[in-house]
Design a protein around this ligand. Structure first.
Ligand code: PHE
Length: 447
């Protein structure tokens, strides 16, 4: 397939919205506040910010550059660089594609719940009480039903391609997400109890810091910037040659971190507003109720205490979560779709439907064996596979690719790059520091 027949992002704004859309997802609005709440508040925040700046951002530049150079799906892009070892290129490209699909298979279940929680107040209002209750009560049937719904939305967008699907919908949904976020934060911060939560969020409790927390923060940063699985590579391949990658990547990372930080500003205070309204937020041993429960138990009970305003807030809050999830899930599905479409010459919409169906099947298996599989799939794909694939991409950039070819690629969007600090540090940094640092974080708990 020649590059002229491939889709392309039509504007820099469109690309930033799409890439930020991929990055901003449940990792930001759900994972990050949850981890922060249970890991010493600002202590986790600071380590997370360090991981973002020192490891995730340089790797985002790396992935976007590989993709833009290749102008193709991740498998083909890697093959163009790894000319001496095409087998490894195809093998790691395929592992990335499988990991993206694996993430989507559990992510779609979570996102489905969010649709359920968002629809519940509306259904109650129009009198469909038993359907409303069913949607917010855990059952395999409900999980599968909502996952099908969410997957259909994802397939709907991806089928339409890059400019008409991904770019158009990300450019519509992301500003909506920012607006909704701002409204909710302003509202919550004016409520009783909010300041206690804010303090907990912003004052570090260092007693929580240990090796496991650092591994978590790294996994969270890689997950949040959608690294490792080829999503940023494939988005980079739709990027015009005159775009300045280090700068654009910086903007995407800042938006992503900004949204994660704001999610903390919303959720931590919301927990204490809930407590001021009589909702239980500590468990029997005095720990903060955390993980999934934070969003699915604490917040809905908070909204319940607020009458009509609460119902409105609840719909807005879950709509926000679904939007964030959708702009991420389309990036996940795009990875295998681009591979299948370009490597096997299957039409894009057919590829999107086929792969959507296969991943849905995997989601159904996970939903039917929830206790057994859900955490395992989530941890294996995000905590381990994403950073480990990051190591592989760092090796590709640093050790496989000729430095001069790399320079020529980046230079197209930034002719003076050779004179910048970025160019003096980054190639060397990705070659030596990133792989060693990522592996050390993993090895640390065993030392
Ligand atoms: N970054 C997304 C989030 O924070 C998740 C994601 C991972 C998206 C991998 C695409 C690829 O929720």
């Amino acid at each position: 397939m020649t590059s002229s027949t491939r889709g392309q992002f039509t504007s820099r704004f469109g690309f930033i919205m799409a890439a930020a859309g991929s990055a901003v997802g449940l990792g930001n609005v759900w994972g990050f506040p949850t981890q922060t709440a249970s890991n010493g508040g600002a202590a986790f925040l600071l380590i997370y910010l360090l991981m973002m700046a020192l490891l995730a951002y340089p790797m985002l530049v790396a992935e976007l550059t590989i993709g833009r150079f290749g102008q193709s799906n991740p498998i083909a892009s890697l093959r163009k660089i790894w000319t001496k070892n095409k087998f490894l290129a195809v093998a790691f490209g395929s592992i990335a594609m499988l990991t993206a699909s694996m993430i989507l298979s559990f992510y779609a279940i979570l996102a489905g719940w969010l649709i359920g929680f968002g629809a519940e107040p509306i259904l109650q209002l129009i009198g469909l009480h038993s359907l409303a209750d069913w949607l917010v009560t855990f059952s395999t049937g409900r999980n599968v039903f909502l996952t099908v719904l969410f997957m259909s939305l994802t397939v709907f967008v991806v089928r339409r391609g890059v400019a008409d699907g991904i770019e158009k919908w990300s450019s519509r949904l992301m500003p909506l997400l920012f607006g909704l976020f701002l409204l909710l934060i302003i509202y919550i911060l004016t409520q009783d109890g909010a300041m206690t939560g804010l303090k907990m969020y912003l004052i570090p409790d260092w007693s929580h810091v240990n090796a496991a927390l650092v591994v978590n923060a790294m996994g969270q940063a890689f997950f949040s910037l959608s690294l490792g699985v080829g999503a940023m590579m494939v988005y980079g391949s739709y990027l015009k040659k005159d775009v300045n990658i280090p700068k654009t990547a910086g903007q995407v990372a800042i938006i992503d971190t900004g949204v994660a930080f704001s999610a903390g500003l919303l959720i931590m205070p919301a927990m204490f507003v809930a407590r001021a309204n009589g909702v239980q937020i500590f468990n029997e041993v005095g720990e903060l109720i955390s993980s999934g429960n934070l969003v699915f138990v604490v917040l809905p009970s908070l909204f319940d205490t607020m009458g009509f305003v609460g119902e409105f807030l609840s719909v807005a809050f879950f709509a926000l979560m679904v939007i964030a999830a959708l702009t991420s899930s389309i990036a996940m599905l795009e990875v295998p779709v681009a591979c299948l479409h370009e490597e096997m010459n299957i039409k894009r919409d057919k590829a999107a439907m086929m792969l959507g169906g296969i991943i849905l099947l995997c989601s159904t298996i996970i939903a039917a064996n929830f206790g057994l599989l859900f955490d395992w799939v989530a941890t294996a794909s995000t905590m381990y596979m994403q950073p480990l694939l990051g190591v592989v991409w760092a090796v590709v950039i640093g050790w496989v690719w000729h430095r001069n070819a790399l320079l020529q690629e980046i230079k197209q969007g930034h002719p003076e790059i050779e004179t910048t600090w970025f160019w003096k540090i980054w190639p060397w940094y990705v070659k030596f520091v990133c792989p060693v640092a990522i592996l050390t974080v993993f090895a640390y708990p065993f030392l």
